[in-house]
Design a protein around this ligand. Sequence first.
Ligand code: SAM
Ligand code: SF4
Ligand code: FES
Length: 340
Amino acid sequence: MTKGEIIDLLKEKDEAVIENLLRYADQVRKEYVGDAVHLRGLIEFSNYCRRDCLYCGLRRSNSNVVRYRMTIFEIIAAVFEAKDLGFQTIVLQSGEDPAYTIEDIYAFVRRIKSEFGFAVTLCIGERTYEDYARLKEAGVDRYLLRFETTDPLLFRKLKPDSLYVKRFQCLDWLKELGYQVGSGNMVGLPGQSLESLADDILKFKELDMDMIGLGPFISHPDTPLQGSANGTIDMVLRVTALTRIVTKNAHMPATTATGTIDPEGRQKALQCGANVLMPNLTPRKYRRHYLIYPDKICTDEDPRKCRFCVESMITGLGKTVSRDAGHSLKSSFQQRKSSS
Ligand code: SAM
Ligand code: SF4
Ligand code: FES
């Protein structure tokens, strides 16, 4: 699709055209990634962050956050629960927290890999090439780093202490090191144009991402963007569908943020391109403090409840729960793996 065609569909007013778009994306999803939905267990192990992203509730200037760091024992206990609940993949996410050295993370990843054999995904922000190389040695399989927006001016405004070029440099490094790499954006950021959303979609294709996570921007009351309008479900679904059509076989989660702005949001995303769900396995006493945006769903539910909830969501949509670890389907990943 050309940028012009994508912009036209993002602008389209005719509901019948949009319904067709979503339906077509669902067919593309079926053809390229099938009906099995992959589950990834999410563990949010620290909500400390050295950065001050304007959109995020965990930004360092937000003094209302009750900060926590999970110990290695708590992380291993959460991983044990993931095993018990039948997960094969876990995602370890945090703010950019310098208190965990690379050797600390190396140690707990090694333990998780050797004791549980999970596919391990990290989502811990921007690091150096050497850090990423060391974490690859530990056995980390995948890395998620959203570029957030392809608009360089908007990026600079919303992420004042990050560099746009560094963000993309990190994605290049991760690919070079043989990781399965995920990126993503937020839909409906204040000041975001439809043109830049079209650029985001084309960027996913250009970067040939193995995974793409996108969801609505949700305004947090304790940030400088308090009071801004949230992203809409309509736009999130359009972007999901267009991303599926353009990137074909990337793994795409139906995100928690999408489920937060619309109680049926994840189901809707799974019906127009998404093929992954990420139930939250963070211990309950910490989960309520990982509020990147307000009213996040599943902050009080037991992991067991979420596990069964997502299973019934999946079967209710006529899909199945994947029984494999859900590795990248990209042929370029196979080449990267053999050359790294
Ligand atoms: N600190 C790491 C980073 O920024 O890459 C990983 C954790 S960060 C909380 C994960 C993602 O949360 C970000 O990439 C961003 O897209 C999303 N996020 C942050 N604030 C948000 C908000 N207000 N609404 C929706 N998503 C948000
Ligand atoms: Fe920190 Fe990530 Fe939030 Fe930015 S989005 S403040 S880097 S946790
Ligand atoms: Fe948590 Fe449904 S996934 S209650």
